[in-house]
Design a protein around this ligand. Structure first.
Ligand SMILES: [Zn+2]
Length: 383
């Protein structure tokens, strides 16, 4: 008997099996997440994309409809366990031939430069409750080691957090957020703390891409830095944000990181509301020029504005010019395709902000260097 999986020419192990041993294994993994019986399966196909060798879909009958479930498998890699992510965002389909052509269309889009768009049409979706959440973006708290207490003269903040072996827990181009706490106010008896998340794109080999300056916010810009800089003064948990299906081709992400670094992007223009570290990571990695922390803070601010009758300073003393202009004027719902195009167009037009800067390397040199620095992914192809 020949395996029933689409275009598979392997033989089945036993005459009563429908699938070869490879596709049997695929299906048993699939059933750990989705319940489907053999008799309901109408089509199974496995295929490769540039980001994974282990992609597939299952079309199954469900009542009078057909359901397409796409699946992406990531094998165990260093300290990251194996992971199967499934997507079912295709709506109700009444004909098998429609299901088959829809699945084929999605398969080809997944091989393109913006694989995630395979699952999005041209309608509005909420960023924080639909696009940047599971299964699109998988959030995971990383283990950490407290490295002693940070007790300056007048201030108790708490245990410092650190993760010393990031390559064991992160894949290149994952976004990482770490909680930091800073003291606000100078007097011994009147101070408060503000807690926020510092955000980077992890590059591999202990290198990160982030908005950074060791001491002055006004001197921050987009740059490549070290993992220890990124983690400095961390006071809370570390989170990994991983995309089983990438938003942008990794070569584009690296090109945009190189461009931002070369241009000293946003030097002297740091703006908590529109150009913070999270905007930078999100625009390079996802193509979405938006910050979750600002989305959450701005709902608080609008309430506060009403009670204060006009607001000049908010968010623990940071000032901003236009109270209403936050998150680059974006609504909380977007058409994903349009936003990726818009933000990509903007970052590709970036010129050097810091014209006095002397750089020996060209942008192309940097791009090449970052591509080389990202470790070989033969053991974990998914970004
Ligand atoms: Zn097979």
């Amino acid at each position: 008997m020949t395996c029933k999986a689409y275009t598979c020419h392997n033989s089945t192990n036993y005459s009563w099996n429908d699938y070869c041993s490879y596709h049997e294994r695929c299906l048993s993994k699939f059933r750990e997440k989705e319940s489907v019986s053999d008799s309901d399966i109408r089509k199974l196909e496995t295929f490769e994309t540039w980001f994974s060798e282990l992609c597939g879909y299952v079309i199954s009958a469900k009542g009078s409809n057909y359901v397409i479930n796409f699946a992406f498998f990531e094998p165990k890699c260093r300290s990251m366990g194996e992971k199967l992510t499934t997507y079912n965002r295709t709506g109700e389909i009444y004909w098998l031939s429609d299901a088959e052509s829809k699945a084929t269309e999605i398969k080809w889009k997944l091989k393109g430069d913006n694989p995630i768009l395979a699952f999005y049409d041209n309608s509005y979706h909420s960023i924080s409750s639909y696009i940047l959440v599971s299964p699109e973006v998988v959030k995971q708290e990383l283990p950490n080691s407290g490295i002693g207490l940070n007790i300056p003269f007048t201030l108790f903040i708490g245990a410092r957090f650190y993760l010393g072996n990031p390559d064991s827990y992160l894949k290149p181009l994952d976004i990482v957020k770490v909680e930091k706490t800073e003291r606000v106010g100078n007097s011994l008896f009147s101070w408060t703390t503000k807690t926020y998340y510092h955000v980077c794109i992890y590059l591999g080999n202990d290198k990160v891409f982030h908005m950074w300056h060791p001491t002055w916010v006004s001197k921050m810009d987009a740059q490549i830095g070290s993992w220890s800089d990124f983690m400095s003064n961390a006071t809370g948990p570390i989170y990994r944000y991983h995309t089983p299906v990438p938003f942008k081709h990794y070569k584009k992400v690296i090109e945009h990181i190189a461009k931002a670094d070369w241009a000293d992007l946003w030097y002297g223009k740091y703006d908590l509301w529109n150009r913070n570290c999270e905007h930078l990571a999100n625009v390079c990695k996802y193509g979405i020029n938006w910050s979750e922390q600002i989305e959450e803070a701005s709902s608080f601010v609008s309430w506060w504005m009403k009670s204060q009758g006009g607001l000049k300073r908010a968010f623990n003393g940071e000032s901003f010019l236009n109270e209403n202009y936050v998150n680059n004027g974006m609504s909380s719902s977007i058409i994903l395709k349009n936003e990726i195009e818009r933000s990509t167009g903007r970052i590709e037009k970036v010129l050097r902000d810091k014209t006095s800067a002397e750089r020996r390397e060209t942008r192309e040199d940097l791009e090449w260097r970052y591509r080389v620095e990202i470790p070989n992914k033969s053991d974990c192809k998914v970004m």
